[in-house]
Design a protein around this ligand. Structure first.
Ligand code: DHB
Ligand code: MG
Length: 618
């Protein structure tokens, strides 16, 4: 039951990679051939480093283009195998990955392939090595693990077995049930990678877009469940070729890797009905509140903006400088305290959203799962409201239903209901977080490993100053929704937010309303500054959705954006101008619509770009 990671998954030199893997808690690694041959360390020195870090090299990989080669390549391939076996002996590694041949020179003749692998097996036996034959999805003649299994049976050599790599199997959509045919004694090793579901050449997809489990679209739970079901108990190892990971923190990827493997083992065990070691993913019911850390100097401006956005201050904390603002079921907590978490968050980020409060089915179980996944807990002075570290240092409070019911009355003095007119805000619809490009996948893993949530198809959103990637995450009922957004374009709105707020965080709050046109009218009466939407847009949607002149006039009047998933399944949205260039509100009505108005995002971002301050003149 070993967790392992391939050095190719992590950035840096071989030493950096090994140190990061060990620091994250791995005890086993795969050493990637290029990492070793590019290293200035001898095999003896690498072995000493492994030993000092408490690591074992459980796989050396890959050996390429071996089987089916004409002479003189065949002889050279066997010599290369022998040289690798000698290196492995020094490294203390007894498993080698041999990937299916991609050379145009290779023969596809089965008998030749079988004979060649048998010859490799004989040399491997001299060194006490077992060879796992892996089907590369783009292999010239062997590209399917079912063929590999047939070949391995035909080779029938004690030192030759099969190696499974989820990327190659799942990219080719090979049914996972095919794994049941494999004898676990001949399954030498298992490599795991997720990937976004792209329609792309296998090689390019594999070399650039692999991701950790729970960062892509493959059903790795089903894959691993089949592998465990047949009785395999060897390493599960991450082999992640990913462009972002090559440039991001080795420590982050290694730590996330372990988290992803632990969550995946848990999911597979649950699928099999086997005992588990941590509570199930926490079910989220809703967002109960959003907490703002507020600087005294921003108090008037923020209060005015919240009022214009339909909120009223309805309570004060019994002992702290904390206010409760409410509209419908949406609660905003404004924290002015001089000490404590919000104060330190404010020191770094300025006035910003510093925490969210989620109602979960079982608070203590959520905290226990977070602990099992290495997600740090924040010491909270409210026992009914444990806090976990969330996106970029903000907090996620987890409340159970009972705590959510009593917290306001227990902690706050609630005023009488404010005078009409009210804005018909129902609840928080979704929260949009902007995160660093390097951490985009890390935050997806965080949400998907800890909580019972689903992802939508990732979206590429066009900002006039660059491409933004967006990933929506939500619960099954749609009562909890967030989006994660990231870009590597410095001029895009989300990148400007990162520099303006000194780091990642929630950048916009979408509030669900019954009728966005009525809301727009009420908000205008309260003086909200709306984001203007150009006339071209409304000409377009009038034609696209067959809107009546009256409807179009209403959309135009209030700057409403609209989208339809199907006739009658509609999303209508308006946006506020931003507060201090750091956050803004969206107001939406959704009728049986599950998305987030993605087609409108470029229109909105271009509209926001018009308010971008001119660069300083020097
Ligand atoms: O992209 C490759 O060449 C490659 C190499 C080794 C592997 O194990 C693999 O899955 C892919
Ligand atoms: Mg592989």
């Amino acid at each position: 039951m070993t967790n392992a990671i391939a050095t190719v998954s992590i950035s840096g030199t071989l030493e950096d990679k090994l140190r990061a893997a060990a620091a994250a808690g791995f005890r086993a690694v795969e050493i990637f051939d290029t990492d070793f041959i590019a290293s200035a360390l001898s095999a003896v020195e690498v072995r000493a480093l492994l030993d000092s870090l408490g690591l074992t090299c459980v796989l050396y990989q890959p050996l390429r283009d071996v089987e089916g080669m004409p002479e003189p390549h065949r002889t050279r391939a066997l010599a290369r195998a022998r040289q690798k076996f000698a290196v492995m002996q020094t490294l203390g590694c007894d498993r080698l990955l041999l990937c299916s041949n991609t050379s145009p020179l290779a023969s596809g003749d089965r008998d030749t392939i079988v004979a060649d692998l048998r010859a490799v097996g004989d040399i491997a036996a001299e060194y006490g090595v077992t060879v796992g034959y892996e089907a590369l999805a783009w292999g010239r003649h062997v590209a399917d693990h079912r063929d590999v299994w047939e070949i391995v049976q035909a080779v029938d050599h004690p030192n030759i077995g099969i190696l499974l790599d989820s990327f190659h199997s799942l990219a080719r959509r090979i049914p996972v049930e095919s794994i049941r045919a494999i004898d676990p004694a001949k399954l030498v090793f298992v490599q795991l990678a997720d990937a976004p579901l792209l329609d792309m050449d296998y090689l390019y997809w594999s070399r650039h877009f692999r991701s950790l489990p729970a960062q892509g679209g493959f059903d790795l739970t089903a894959y691993v469940a089949e592998i465990l079901r047949i009785g395999y108990d060897g390493p599960l190892s991450l082999e992640i070729f990913n462009d972002r990971f090559r440039g991001s923190s080795a420590e982050m990827v290694a730590r996330d890797g372990l988290r992803a493997l632990d969550a995946l083992r848990d999911a597979a065990a649950r699928k099999l009905g086997w005992p588990t070691t941590m509570p199930a993913r926490a079910k989220i019911d809703r967002v109960e509140f959003v907490e703002f850390a507020v600087a005294e100097t921003d108090a008037d401006e923020l209060s005015a903006m919240l009022h214009r956005a339909g909120f009223d201050r309805i309570g004060r904390h019994r002992s702290k400088r904390v206010e409760l603002w409410r509209a419908g079921a949406a609660n905003f907590v404004l924290n002015y305290e001089e000490d404590g978490f919000a104060a330190s968050y404010r020191t770094v980020h300025g006035t910003a959203i510093c925490a969210i409060g989620l109602v979960v089915a079982d608070g203590p179980a959520a905290v226990a799962r977070a602990r099992a996944l290495g997600i740090p807990e924040h010491a909270s002075d409210l026992p009914a409201m444990p806090a976990l570290r969330g996106v970029a240092g903000s907090l996620v409070y987890v409340l159970d239903t009972e705590a959510a019911r009593t917290i306001w009355d227990d902690e706050f003095v609630i005023d009488a209901a404010p005078a009409e007119p009210r804005v018909d805000i129902l609840a928080i619809d979704h929260l949009a977080a902007t995160v660093h490009h390097d951490e985009f996948l890390s935050w997806q893993l965080y949400w998907r490993a800890l909580f019972d949530v689903q992802v939508q198809t990732p979206q590429d959103v066009i900002d006039p100053n660059g491409l933004v990637q967006s990933q929506a995450i939500q619960n099954r009922e749609g009562s909890f929704r967030i989006t994660l957004n990231s870009t590597d374009a410095p001029g895009a709105l989300s990148a400007r937010f990162l520099s303006q707020s000194f780091g990642a965080g929630f950048q916009h709050i979408a509030l669900r309303v019954a009728d966005v046109a009525a809301t727009a009218e009420a908000l205008a009466a309260r003086g909200l500054q709306r984001l203007p939407i150009p006339a071209n847009y409304h000409d377009d949607v009038a034609a696209k959705f067959g809107l009546s002149d009256d409807e179009t006039a209403t959309l135009r009047q209030y700057g409403i954006l609209i989208d339809e998933e199907a006739p009658g399944r509609r999303y209508r949205q308006i946006y506020s101008r931003a507060f201090a260039r750091t956050f803004f509100f969206e107001f939406v009505d959704r009728a049986d619509y599950d998305g987030y108005g993605a087609p409108n995002a470029p229109i909105r971002l271009t509209a926001q770009n018009r308010f971008r301050p001119a660069p300083p003149v020097d």
